[in-house]
Design a protein around this ligand. Structure first.
Ligand code: NZQ
Ligand code: ZN
Length: 392
């Protein structure tokens, strides 16, 4: 096991009706004016946005609002938000939505707290020195941005999708009412469950020795997500299942399951981000489409790790041969994805990248071939191209 530092400063307010407390939570932050940031239609249609406005008014908090954040959130909306906040004197950002809205809020926060162009921090050209405070009312269990250090933004100029990870980007609070996720379409619910699985798996598939406690938490989390993802197929308004998934989503990406290791592999995520950037696919579904190909490509580095996953998470019988057991585990996870109507190939995402686009994605993922992806096995541009081709 490796030494580690664990930092999870976000206050979590979890359960029914908790969105009514948002005014009180913002007030405690001691801010003057809030930007309420949201997505397309869902928060308006469900009446959530009005309930949030009412709670702010009751607490005597002044606010402005900005909607229109799209999945795979765009840099142009971030610039619009920064300009509005500067004009209005906003000093607190409230995201009402999922990963896309939260990430857009964090990006606005970076833009407000730093003098450089916000995109330069996402490309690594400039270092972030702070971020304006962000709070969340979560409406989809998926990305885990409510407690993660990450923000992922797509620049329409060239369709680059880049993540910025710093502790400045951790939210002050996250209001999480599982009932708010009842209105999610099945595809979004199950894409979210896939993303939650993957945040845990990215940290699970590491080459070094891990901690028993960390593995135990991760394995239990993944079994819980699979069980409840299936329940939600037939019973989307099952409160307990929604709550299990929502809390799992947060725990899967607040670094808890990375304690004692090097923080994870993350190649599957970076391979998917290029699909999201170029083809605008739902993030979780994109992960499901490429994971099996990644797994088969890297398996030989440490088949024992995949065998543990097969036995402890997927319930596969130990075959007495690590590689055989491992392959059954990979198949079992793909079967699970099919059972929740997730794709297990790029074709099933409804897209067919050309050879030229495969090369473009591999180049972008490795910043022109100058970086490798992943820790379990280091992947170079030519490896990444092969994985895309295997996943077609
Ligand atoms: O825009 P609206 O109308 O709200 O519709 C959204 C959107 O179309 C809808 N939705 C959200 N809550 C709903 C709802 N529909 C009905 N009822 C509700 N209660 O769901 C759709 C997807 O929303 P989005 O916010 O895009 O989903 P998600 O949370 O999966 O976020 C995905 C984004 O997060 C990034 C992804 O790459 C992607 O850009 N990620 C962010 C991470 C982070 N910051 O830590 C980590 C992740 O690995 C991921 O990369
Ligand atoms: Zn993810």
């Amino acid at each position: 096991m490796l030494n580690f530092q664990y930092y999870a400063p976000t206050k979590v307010v979890f359960g029914k009706g908790t969105e009514g407390r948002v005014g009180e939570l913002v007030k405690k932050e001691g801010c003057k004016k809030v930007l309420v940031h949201y997505g397309g239609q869902s928060a308006k249609k469900s009446g959530l946005l009005d309930r949030v406005f009412d709670s702010l008014k009751e607490a005597g908090i002044d606010y402005v609002s900005l909607g229109g954040v799209v999945p795979n959130p765009r840099l142009s909306k971030v610039y619009e938000g920064i300009e509005l906040c500067r004009k209005e004197g906003v000093d607190f950002l409230l995201a009402v939505g999922g990963g896309s809205v939260i990430d857009s809020c964090k990006a606005i926060g970076y833009g407000l707290a730093n003098e450089c162009d916000v995109w330069d921090m996402y490309t690594g050209k400039e270092k972030a020195k702070g971020c304006a405070p962000v709070g969340v009312v979560l409406t989809i269990a998926a990305a885990g941005s409510e407690m993660s250090d990450s923000s992922v933004i797509t620049n329409e100029d060239g369709w680059y999708k880049k993540a910025l990870n710093t502790n400045y980007g951790r939210c002050r609070f996250a209001v999480m009412n599982p009932e708010l996720t009842y209105t999610l379409p099945e595809y979004q619910t199950e894409s979210g469950c896939t993303d939650i699985m993957m945040h845990t798996m990215e940290r699970y598939f590491v080459a070094e020795d891990t901690m028993e406690i960390t593995d135990g938490i991760a394995e239990s989390l993944m079994r819980t997500v699979m069980k409840n993802a299936k329940i939600l197929l037939d019973d989307p308004k099952n409160y307990n299942a929604r709550a299990e998934i929502m809390w799992s989503g947060t725990l899967s990406h607040n670094d808890l399951t990375g304690c004692g290791t090097n923080g994870g592999d993350w190649a599957t995520h970076l391979i998917e981000h290029e699909l999201g950037g170029l083809f605008d696919v739902a993030h979780g579904a994109g992960l499901a489409a490429v994971w099996g190909s990644w797994a088969r490509y890297v398996l030989d580095e440490k088949p024992e790790r995949f065998a543990s996953f097969a036995v402890n998470v997927m319930g596969v019988e130990d075959q007495g041969d690590a590689k055989k057991t491992a392959l059954l585990g990979i198949e079992a996870l793909e079967d699970f994805y099919r059972s929740i109507h997730m794709p297990t190939s790029i074709k099933e995402l409804g897209i067919s990248p050309t050879e030229e686009q495969i090369k473009e994605m591999a180049q972008k993922a490795t910043v022109g071939g100058s970086y490798s992806l992943g820790m379990f096995k280091k992947l170079h541009a030519e490896d990444i191209e092969k994985i895309y081709r295997m996943a077609l």
